[in-house]
Design a binder for this molecule. Sequence first.
Ligand SMILES: Cc1cc2nc3c(=O)[nH]c(=O)nc-3n(C[C@H](O)[C@H](O)[C@H](O)COP(=O)(O)OP(=O)(O)OC[C@H]3O[C@@H](n4cnc5c(N)ncnc54)[C@H](O)[C@@H]3O)c2cc1C
Length: 394
Amino acid sequence: MDPQPYLLTIDHLLSEEERLTWTAARDFCERRVAPVIEEHYERATFPKELIPEFAEMGFLGSSLQGYGCAGMNPVAYGLTMIELERQDSGIRSFCSVQSALAMWPIYTYGDEAQRKRWLPEMSAGRAIGCFGLTEPNSGSDPGSMRTHARQLERGGDYILNGQKFWITNSPIADVMVVWAKTTDFGSDAPVIRGFLLERGMKGLSTPETKGKLSLRASLTGEIVMDEVRVPKQNMLPNVRGLKGPLGCLTQARYGIGWGAVGAAMGVYERARRYTMERTQFDRPLAGFQLTQQKLVELHNQIGKGLLLAYHFGRLKQDGKLTPYQVSYLKRDNVRMALESARTARSMLGGNGIMGEYHVMRHVCNLETVYTYEGTHEIHTLAIGRALTGLSAFR
Ligand SMILES: Cc1cc2nc3c(=O)[nH]c(=O)nc-3n(C[C@H](O)[C@H](O)[C@H](O)COP(=O)(O)OP(=O)(O)OC[C@H]3O[C@@H](n4cnc5c(N)ncnc54)[C@H](O)[C@@H]3O)c2cc1C
């Protein structure tokens, strides 16, 4: 019989346009990302030269309407995430942050002047955005943030002080969506608000974080604010409170839930090919029962992850997807991808740790994906709360 890598596909559930988007994204990523990613990973650099091509492919702000954005539906958007992350989680992170964490809040919480100023530039890849929520002492508990915005006079500008940490794209960002506790002039009740900080503002710097052993082809840095004066027109007018940043994270986590399936597919396909080609004890490794069991586990888990992403994608299209379902998607698919990558690594033996085999890189990357955008544990607690009505955290 003819061996086939997948017994489950979703092709027949997709529209013609979604299928074309998927094929185009795969072709682009194989042609443009695959040949350069390993070297960028080793050098800990991001392939900036690809940004205009990401824009051309509609990967920047893909699910937004207008302003030069591609207006993809949630399933088409998810399929592009699969292909980006099949190559590298850092490349998918770049597009996720630009689209879901920087453009989405400007589109959703901003006013028309802010949208017109930033979105066309960002969808064209001429302006890069980042999202500043995490701080050195505020990770899983963002409500404990210390970054503070003080209004100078009633209806006037703000002065921002604080430090954001672990910020993807910050070293190259032109615009930074920064979440800060604000006390409006004359008020003593702080509330979280979003601000658009622009490179070049006095007192603003974005030092790069060096020494990462994961997500090395993604730039990470800080946002340091020392008495930065931010015009009142740069505050996002249409959201107040923690639901602002959490709304952005729900968008990004949805894409991660799809992207993780791509990473798992990448490592599974490599492990399958490798074990079918490599011979030990006079037989291809794939001919041994223990190897087949590993392949079957990887394959079957990928199928379930893909179906979960597809199902939730259609719910999102109908406007019915809840943040708890997004936690379910991000949590389970990322864990599945991380476990798949570790298993695939073992199946390649010594070669599994080599860069040229592209598996160890996924193992290392997925350790970050497991932690960022809400850690695995925090999503477990969120789902636990949804199931019981009892909050084990807050
Ligand atoms: C490469 C990278 C890129 C990132 N990009 C961004 C970005 O662009 N913007 C941004 O704002 N942030 C970003 N982050 C930050 C990321 O979201 C945080 O690292 C994450 O939220 C966890 O916070 P923390 O690292 O402070 O860990 P902590 O919150 O200190 O958690 C440490 C451990 O304790 C566990 N824990 C915490 N609370 C509980 C609890 N109540 N019960 C049980 N266990 C608990 C956690 O699950 C985790 O295992 C990035 C992180 C990385 C590594």
